[in-house]
Design a protein around this ligand. Sequence first.
Ligand SMILES: Nc1nc2c(c(=O)[nH]1)N[C@@H](CN(C=O)c1ccc(C(=O)N[C@@H](CCC(=O)O)C(=O)O)cc1)CN2
Ligand SMILES: NCC(=O)N[C@@H]1O[C@H](COP(=O)([O-])[O-])[C@@H](O)[C@H]1O
Length: 221
Amino acid sequence: MNQSPLAVVVLISGGGSNLQAFIDAQQRAELPIIIRSVISNNADAYGLERARRAGIATQVLDHRTFFQREQFDAALINLIDQAAPELVLLAGFMRILTPVLVNHYDGRLLNIHPSLLPKLRGLHTHARALANGEVEHGASIHFVTAELDGGPVIAQARVPVLKDDDANCLAARVLIQEHRLYPRVVRWFAQRRLQLNAAGIPELDGVKITTPLLLDVTAPE
Ligand SMILES: Nc1nc2c(c(=O)[nH]1)N[C@@H](CN(C=O)c1ccc(C(=O)N[C@@H](CCC(=O)O)C(=O)O)cc1)CN2
Ligand SMILES: NCC(=O)N[C@@H]1O[C@H](COP(=O)([O-])[O-])[C@@H](O)[C@H]1O
């Protein structure tokens, strides 16, 4: 079991509640990571304030100042690589990344998506789950690939959809589980260095993960 803390960079665009979950878990000594930098494409992201309060370096790279996505991604790579992370974590990051960046961090780039992938890729997943009459919903942690929300799923957390749900209360129910799921997956990486093999299949301790690890995050660890 690897005991050395994992160096990570977290990318955000908004409130940063998943970033806060990392910070809180780390401060409870439940997550052996060093958050070397928090980078946002949005200068107004409240997650930047969360990082500052925790004494974490922050940087803003406004995507609107670049003519092409590839130029933004190249500049983002430069910022990320200055921190030399082992893992790059997208946490509420709202920009579609090009192969320029995805290939540069292949196997070291994770995202949390608020649906039970492969269902409901893209945006507005909670409203779409309700519109589709889903009886369960949830969140997925996956490797990021060029295919939007199409990368290998590592773990998922499920919640019931209740008959009187609206998008906001469903989102809130999912978010509670996100904050339990993401730190636990990152801890796996810190303890075992979860990785993609040459075929692009996630391996944990050399065991291929061919189906999502369904985590009962409601249960105590
Ligand atoms: N190449 C990839 N890039 C990203 C992935 C991915 O799997 N592959 N995951 C997303 C995260 N995400 C959903 O989990 C997501 C983020 C953003 C969008 C999107 O449509 N963005 C628009 C802008 C939307 C906005 O600013 O509100 C855009 O980039 O034009 C869809 C899904 C992160 N990137
Ligand atoms: N497509 C990416 C996406 O929609 N991510 C979602 O943004 C919300 C806010 O995250 P935050 O509170 O950590 O900023 C979270 O539900 C996260 O899953």
